[in-house]
Write a protein that binds this ligand. Structure first.
Ligand code: CP
Length: 316
């Protein structure tokens, strides 16, 4: 593996899980791999978990880390090719990316969907420029269309907590006051499909994911029906793909509550965090023993460490 931007970069998911569970058990056994190597983490958007867990993972592997918040600390970066740069952005990604690459061995980059153009977001304009111009491996720390480090941690969590070989996993849309990207939902369905879980997605009409992520996905528009027999409820909001970036509903009937959780097969409640309490999920559910959101967030350190370990081993 050179770059990590999607589950497709993982040749063998079972082996990758073994690596993740091994580093979770032995976090300081591989400090030699990153000695005298540096990871730069570039953030175009805010973060708590990704910033800390990825940095911690790199440190566990013996790497040095540097963090740049592009919008706050660095020059504003132009991302369009061929523009006359007479506006507010004094530097182009075309120079910035190879310069960053010259200072490090791995780059992590977070750049969310901007909702200005579906084609631009789904073309992963920023992430792909990093891959093209960095000269070093690039790790997605959530791009416009996917959040693979999150999905890898989600998969670890389900593997650790499942009570049957092929659990029923339900991804449910839930209301949110702001328009959020589809990246977590897209990525989650890709990883769950690769894991061959019994996956069901439930959302109001108009919230269908992009066709490349939908494929043969089982969609149940009745949320209560979808919850029946579920082992895991994964809640997430996303804005519409077809009416791109729009909020079509804030229907609080879709909030995950104790009554709906009681319809499941004693399901665990999952969310990638940060979560809007009493919008996405009630206090009663997220504070209950069924909630595994902290366990899930803690696994972010191990999914990141597994990915960085595999990259370091493959790109000495
Ligand atoms: N789940 C997640 O990626 O959290 P942050 O946005 O805080 O990094």
């Amino acid at each position: 593996m050179r770059h990590f931007t999607t589950v497709d970069d993982i040749a063998d998911l079972k082996k990758a899980l073994d690596v993740a569970f091994d580093v979770k058990k032995h976090p300081f056994a591989y400090g030699h791999l990153g000695r005298n190597k540096t990871m730069v983490l570039i953030f175009f958007n805010s973060s708590l978990r990704t910033r800390l867990s990825t940095q911690k993972a790199a440190l566990n592997l013996g790497m040095n880390t540097m963090v740049l918040n592009v919008n706050d600390d660095g020059w504003q970066l132009e991302t369009e090719m061929g523009v006359v740069m007479d506006g507010s952005k004094p530097e182009h990604l075309r120079e910035a990316v190879p310069v960053i690459g010259s200072y490090c061995d791995i780059i992590g980059v977070r750049s969310f969907a901007r909702f200005q153009s579906r084609e631009e977001d789904y073309g992963e304009k920023i992430l792909n420029q990093f891959i093209e111009y960095a000269g070093v491996p690039v790790v997605s720390m959530e791009a416009a269309t996917r959040h693979p480090l999150q999905s890898f941690a989600d998969l670890m969590t389900i593997e650790e907590l499942k009570t049957r070989e092929r659990p029923r996993v339900v991804l449910t849309w839930a209301p949110h006051p702001r328009a959020l990207p589809q990246a977590v939902a897209n990525s989650f369905v890709e990883w769950m499909r690769r894991a061959d879980y019994d996956l069901v997605v439930t959302h109001p009409a108009g919230y269908e994911l992009a066709p490349e992520f939908m494929q043969d996905l089982r969609v149940e528009y009745d949320q209560e029906k979808a919850f029946k027999d579920a082992d895991f409820i994964y809640a997430k909001n996303w804005a519409s793909y077809s009416s791109y970036g729009q909020i079509l509903s804030k229907d609080m009937n879709w909030t995950v509550d104790a009554r709906k959780m009681a319809m499941t097969r004693n399901a665990r409640f999952m969310h990638c965090l940060p979560v809007r309490r009493n919008m996405i999920v009630t206090d009663e559910v997220i504070d209950s023993p069924a909630s595994v959101v902290i366990h899930e967030a803690a696994n972010r350190e191990w999914s990141a460490m597994a990915v960085l370990k595999m990259i370091l081993e493959n790109n000495p």
